[in-house]
Write a protein that binds this ligand. Structure first.
Ligand SMILES: Nc1ncnc2c1ncn2[C@@H]1O[C@H](COP(=O)(O)OP(=O)(O)OP(=O)(O)O)[C@@H](O)[C@H]1O
Ligand SMILES: [Mg+2]
Length: 275
Protein backbone atom coordinates (compact mmCIF):
# COMPACT_ATOMS: atom_id res chain seq x y z
CA UNK A 1 0.00 0.00 0.00
CA UNK A 2 1.43 3.33 -0.99
CA UNK A 3 -0.64 5.97 0.75
CA UNK A 4 0.85 9.27 -0.26
CA UNK A 5 -1.45 11.37 1.89
CA UNK A 6 1.35 13.73 2.91
CA UNK A 7 1.84 15.49 -0.42
CA UNK A 8 -1.93 15.80 -0.92
CA UNK A 9 -2.23 17.38 2.47
CA UNK A 10 0.77 19.59 1.66
CA UNK A 11 -0.66 20.97 -1.53
CA UNK A 12 -3.72 22.22 0.34
CA UNK A 13 -1.82 23.95 3.12
CA UNK A 14 1.57 24.88 1.73
CA UNK A 15 1.26 28.34 3.28
CA UNK A 16 1.17 26.94 6.77
CA UNK A 17 4.02 24.46 6.31
CA UNK A 18 7.01 25.05 8.55
CA UNK A 19 8.95 22.27 6.85
CA UNK A 20 8.46 20.87 3.41
CA UNK A 21 10.32 18.55 1.09
CA UNK A 22 9.23 17.72 -2.42
CA UNK A 23 10.65 14.84 -4.44
CA UNK A 24 13.74 14.94 -2.27
CA UNK A 25 16.38 12.29 -2.88
CA UNK A 26 19.69 11.89 -1.12
CA UNK A 27 22.62 9.77 -2.24
CA UNK A 28 25.79 9.29 -0.22
CA UNK A 29 29.04 8.30 -1.88
CA UNK A 30 31.17 5.93 0.18
CA UNK A 31 34.96 5.82 0.41
CA UNK A 32 35.21 3.21 -2.33
CA UNK A 33 33.08 5.39 -4.58
CA UNK A 34 29.91 3.29 -4.20
CA UNK A 35 26.68 5.25 -3.92
CA UNK A 36 24.02 4.64 -1.28
CA UNK A 37 20.61 6.02 -2.07
CA UNK A 38 19.27 6.95 1.37
CA UNK A 39 16.09 8.78 0.30
CA UNK A 40 14.12 8.64 -2.93
CA UNK A 41 11.42 11.10 -3.96
CA UNK A 42 10.30 11.99 -0.48
CA UNK A 43 7.33 14.36 -0.22
CA UNK A 44 6.51 15.55 3.25
CA UNK A 45 5.02 18.70 4.64
CA UNK A 46 4.85 19.61 8.31
CA UNK A 47 2.37 22.32 9.18
CA UNK A 48 3.34 24.96 11.71
CA UNK A 49 2.52 24.00 15.28
CA UNK A 50 2.03 20.31 14.59
CA UNK A 51 3.82 17.29 16.03
CA UNK A 52 4.86 14.69 13.47
CA UNK A 53 6.31 11.33 14.49
CA UNK A 54 8.56 9.61 11.97
CA UNK A 55 9.10 5.86 12.06
CA UNK A 56 10.76 3.39 9.72
CA UNK A 57 13.25 0.53 9.68
CA UNK A 58 16.85 1.11 10.69
CA UNK A 59 18.87 2.69 7.89
CA UNK A 60 15.85 3.94 5.92
CA UNK A 61 16.95 7.58 6.05
CA UNK A 62 15.06 9.04 9.03
CA UNK A 63 18.08 10.84 10.48
CA UNK A 64 19.07 11.96 6.99
CA UNK A 65 15.64 13.51 6.44
CA UNK A 66 15.82 15.22 9.84
CA UNK A 67 19.26 16.59 9.00
CA UNK A 68 17.95 17.90 5.69
CA UNK A 69 15.07 19.62 7.50
CA UNK A 70 17.59 21.14 9.90
CA UNK A 71 19.89 22.37 7.13
CA UNK A 72 22.74 20.09 8.22
CA UNK A 73 22.57 18.12 4.98
CA UNK A 74 21.70 19.13 1.43
CA UNK A 75 19.37 17.01 -0.70
CA UNK A 76 20.93 15.54 -3.87
CA UNK A 77 17.78 16.54 -5.75
CA UNK A 78 14.33 17.93 -5.04
CA UNK A 79 13.13 20.96 -3.15
CA UNK A 80 13.26 21.81 0.51
CA UNK A 81 11.68 24.58 2.51
CA UNK A 82 12.55 24.95 6.15
CA UNK A 83 12.26 27.35 9.02
CA UNK A 84 16.08 27.34 9.10
CA UNK A 85 15.90 29.86 6.31
CA UNK A 86 14.35 32.36 8.71
CA UNK A 87 16.87 33.46 11.32
CA UNK A 88 15.46 35.59 14.11
CA UNK A 89 17.91 38.12 15.52
CA UNK A 90 20.80 35.66 15.47
CA UNK A 91 18.81 32.99 17.30
CA UNK A 92 18.46 29.67 15.50
CA UNK A 93 14.92 28.92 14.43
CA UNK A 94 15.57 25.17 14.58
CA UNK A 95 16.85 23.13 17.52
CA UNK A 96 17.95 19.49 17.59
CA UNK A 97 17.60 16.94 20.39
CA UNK A 98 19.64 13.77 19.90
CA UNK A 99 19.66 10.32 21.45
CA UNK A 100 23.18 10.79 22.78
CA UNK A 101 22.31 14.18 24.31
CA UNK A 102 25.17 15.96 22.44
CA UNK A 103 26.02 17.96 25.56
CA UNK A 104 29.34 19.70 26.16
CA UNK A 105 31.01 17.70 28.96
CA UNK A 106 33.34 20.58 29.86
CA UNK A 107 30.50 23.04 30.45
CA UNK A 108 28.35 23.14 33.58
CA UNK A 109 24.65 22.33 33.31
CA UNK A 110 23.64 25.99 33.24
CA UNK A 111 26.32 26.86 30.68
CA UNK A 112 25.20 23.98 28.46
CA UNK A 113 21.70 25.46 28.39
CA UNK A 114 22.97 29.03 27.94
CA UNK A 115 25.38 28.09 25.13
CA UNK A 116 23.02 28.75 22.22
CA UNK A 117 22.02 32.10 23.69
CA UNK A 118 25.69 33.00 24.09
CA UNK A 119 26.35 32.16 20.45
CA UNK A 120 23.45 34.43 19.53
CA UNK A 121 24.99 37.32 21.49
CA UNK A 122 22.43 37.38 24.33
CA UNK A 123 23.86 39.18 27.38
CA UNK A 124 25.23 37.22 30.32
CA UNK A 125 22.54 38.04 32.83
CA UNK A 126 19.67 37.35 30.45
CA UNK A 127 21.09 34.05 29.25
CA UNK A 128 21.69 32.88 32.83
CA UNK A 129 18.14 33.87 33.78
CA UNK A 130 16.62 32.11 30.80
CA UNK A 131 18.76 29.02 31.35
CA UNK A 132 17.80 28.84 35.03
CA UNK A 133 14.13 29.24 34.21
CA UNK A 134 14.26 26.33 31.78
CA UNK A 135 16.30 24.17 34.13
CA UNK A 136 13.71 24.73 36.86
CA UNK A 137 10.94 23.94 34.41
CA UNK A 138 12.65 20.65 33.53
CA UNK A 139 13.05 19.69 37.19
CA UNK A 140 16.79 20.42 37.26
CA UNK A 141 16.87 23.34 39.72
CA UNK A 142 19.81 22.84 42.09
CA UNK A 143 21.95 21.14 39.42
CA UNK A 144 23.07 24.32 37.64
CA UNK A 145 26.71 23.95 38.74
CA UNK A 146 26.89 20.19 38.08
CA UNK A 147 28.44 18.74 34.95
CA UNK A 148 26.60 16.46 32.51
CA UNK A 149 28.54 13.34 33.59
CA UNK A 150 27.15 13.83 37.11
CA UNK A 151 23.56 13.48 35.87
CA UNK A 152 21.48 10.36 35.18
CA UNK A 153 20.41 9.56 31.61
CA UNK A 154 16.91 10.95 32.20
CA UNK A 155 18.32 14.16 33.67
CA UNK A 156 20.70 14.55 30.74
CA UNK A 157 17.86 14.24 28.32
CA UNK A 158 15.82 16.82 30.26
CA UNK A 159 18.90 19.03 30.07
CA UNK A 160 18.99 18.52 26.29
CA UNK A 161 15.33 19.54 26.11
CA UNK A 162 15.99 22.66 28.22
CA UNK A 163 18.84 23.54 25.87
CA UNK A 164 16.59 23.06 22.85
CA UNK A 165 13.68 25.09 24.23
CA UNK A 166 15.69 27.95 25.74
CA UNK A 167 16.28 29.65 22.40
CA UNK A 168 12.53 29.49 21.69
CA UNK A 169 12.99 27.91 18.24
CA UNK A 170 10.13 27.56 15.76
CA UNK A 171 11.01 23.97 15.01
CA UNK A 172 12.32 21.12 17.16
CA UNK A 173 13.90 18.14 15.42
CA UNK A 174 14.27 15.15 17.73
CA UNK A 175 16.21 12.04 16.76
CA UNK A 176 15.28 9.14 19.05
CA UNK A 177 15.69 11.35 22.13
CA UNK A 178 14.38 8.70 24.51
CA UNK A 179 15.90 5.56 23.04
CA UNK A 180 18.67 5.31 25.62
CA UNK A 181 16.36 5.62 28.63
CA UNK A 182 14.82 2.89 30.76
CA UNK A 183 11.09 2.30 30.33
CA UNK A 184 9.91 4.22 33.41
CA UNK A 185 12.16 7.23 32.83
CA UNK A 186 10.97 7.24 29.25
CA UNK A 187 7.32 7.39 30.32
CA UNK A 188 8.04 10.35 32.59
CA UNK A 189 9.90 12.15 29.83
CA UNK A 190 7.06 11.49 27.40
CA UNK A 191 4.71 13.16 29.91
CA UNK A 192 7.12 16.11 30.18
CA UNK A 193 7.26 16.39 26.42
CA UNK A 194 3.47 16.23 26.06
CA UNK A 195 3.10 19.01 28.60
CA UNK A 196 5.80 21.14 27.00
CA UNK A 197 4.23 20.71 23.62
CA UNK A 198 0.75 21.65 24.87
CA UNK A 199 2.23 24.82 26.37
CA UNK A 200 4.45 25.87 23.48
CA UNK A 201 2.85 24.29 20.37
CA UNK A 202 6.18 24.13 18.57
CA UNK A 203 6.54 22.43 15.22
CA UNK A 204 8.13 19.09 16.10
CA UNK A 205 9.45 16.17 14.08
CA UNK A 206 10.27 13.22 16.31
CA UNK A 207 12.10 10.13 15.04
CA UNK A 208 11.33 7.09 17.14
CA UNK A 209 11.31 3.31 16.87
CA UNK A 210 8.45 3.05 19.37
CA UNK A 211 4.96 2.80 17.88
CA UNK A 212 3.42 3.72 21.25
CA UNK A 213 5.58 6.81 21.55
CA UNK A 214 4.88 7.84 17.95
CA UNK A 215 1.11 7.62 18.50
CA UNK A 216 1.10 9.09 21.99
CA UNK A 217 2.96 12.24 20.97
CA UNK A 218 2.13 12.78 17.32
CA UNK A 219 -0.67 14.57 15.49
CA UNK A 220 0.44 12.37 12.60
CA UNK A 221 2.65 9.33 12.31
CA UNK A 222 4.63 9.07 9.10
CA UNK A 223 5.95 5.61 8.19
CA UNK A 224 8.93 5.31 5.85
CA UNK A 225 9.82 2.38 3.63
CA UNK A 226 13.07 0.43 3.77
CA UNK A 227 15.99 2.19 2.03
CA UNK A 228 15.79 4.10 -0.16
CA UNK A 229 13.33 5.74 2.18
CA UNK A 230 10.02 6.98 0.86
CA UNK A 231 6.82 7.89 2.66
CA UNK A 232 4.65 4.80 2.90
CA UNK A 233 1.87 5.89 5.23
CA UNK A 234 0.83 9.19 6.77
CA UNK A 235 -1.57 8.37 9.59
CA UNK A 236 -3.50 11.10 11.41
CA UNK A 237 -3.79 10.52 15.17
CA UNK A 238 -7.14 11.94 16.25
CA UNK A 239 -6.63 11.23 19.98
CA UNK A 240 -7.91 14.21 21.99
CA UNK A 241 -5.48 16.58 23.69
CA UNK A 242 -4.27 17.24 26.28
CA UNK A 243 -2.89 13.72 26.36
CA UNK A 244 -1.16 11.82 29.14
CA UNK A 245 0.66 8.52 29.00
CA UNK A 246 -2.67 6.85 29.78
CA UNK A 247 -3.89 8.08 26.38
CA UNK A 248 -1.86 5.17 24.97
CA UNK A 249 -4.69 2.73 25.68
CA UNK A 250 -8.13 1.90 24.30
CA UNK A 251 -9.57 0.48 21.13
CA UNK A 252 -8.78 3.41 18.82
CA UNK A 253 -5.17 3.43 19.98
CA UNK A 254 -4.80 -0.32 19.47
CA UNK A 255 -6.30 -0.09 16.00
CA UNK A 256 -3.89 2.67 14.95
CA UNK A 257 -0.98 0.72 16.37
CA UNK A 258 -2.03 -2.33 14.35
CA UNK A 259 -2.25 -0.18 11.20
CA UNK A 260 1.23 1.19 11.81
CA UNK A 261 2.69 -2.24 12.38
CA UNK A 262 0.98 -3.59 9.25
CA UNK A 263 2.70 -0.85 7.22
CA UNK A 264 6.04 -1.15 8.98
CA UNK A 265 6.44 -4.88 9.25
CA UNK A 266 7.19 -5.59 5.58
CA UNK A 267 9.67 -2.75 5.51
CA UNK A 268 11.53 -4.00 8.56
CA UNK A 269 11.69 -7.46 7.00
CA UNK A 270 12.90 -6.01 3.71
CA UNK A 271 15.58 -3.99 5.43
CA UNK A 272 16.78 -7.08 7.32
CA UNK A 273 17.03 -9.07 4.08
CA UNK A 274 19.30 -6.41 2.61
CA UNK A 275 21.51 -5.95 5.64
N1 LIG B 1 27.34 10.76 6.02
C1 LIG B 1 27.03 9.61 5.44
N2 LIG B 1 27.88 9.03 4.54
C2 LIG B 1 27.56 7.88 3.91
N3 LIG B 1 26.40 7.21 4.13
C3 LIG B 1 25.53 7.73 5.00
C4 LIG B 1 25.80 8.95 5.72
N4 LIG B 1 24.74 9.21 6.53
C5 LIG B 1 23.86 8.21 6.35
N5 LIG B 1 24.33 7.32 5.43
C6 LIG B 1 23.63 6.13 4.94
O1 LIG B 1 22.31 6.50 4.57
C7 LIG B 1 21.39 5.51 4.99
C8 LIG B 1 20.34 6.15 5.89
O2 LIG B 1 20.96 6.51 7.12
P1 LIG B 1 20.16 7.20 8.31
O3 LIG B 1 21.14 7.43 9.40
O4 LIG B 1 19.42 8.37 7.80
O5 LIG B 1 19.12 6.05 8.72
P2 LIG B 1 18.08 5.98 9.92
O6 LIG B 1 16.75 5.72 9.33
O7 LIG B 1 18.23 7.18 10.77
O8 LIG B 1 18.56 4.67 10.71
P3 LIG B 1 18.50 4.33 12.30
O9 LIG B 1 17.08 3.99 12.60
O10 LIG B 1 19.39 3.13 12.41
O11 LIG B 1 19.01 5.52 13.03
C9 LIG B 1 22.20 4.41 5.64
O12 LIG B 1 22.45 3.42 4.70
C10 LIG B 1 23.47 5.09 6.04
O13 LIG B 1 24.56 4.18 6.02
MG1 LIG C 1 18.87 7.48 12.73
Amino acid sequence: MDLLQGPERASGSAEAAALEVRRVSKAFVGRAGQATLALRDVDLSVERGTFVSLIGPSGCGKSTLLRIFGGLEQPSSGEMRSATEQQRGGLPSVAFVFQDYALFPWLSVVDNVAFGLRMAGVGKRERRDRARTWLARMGLAGFERSYPEQLSGGMRQRLSLARAFVTDPDVLLMDEPMAALDAQTRLLLQEDLLKLWEETRKTVVLVTHSLDEALLLGDRVVVMTARPGRIKLDLPVPLPRPRTTSSATGVAFSRMKADLWAALRDEVERSLEHS
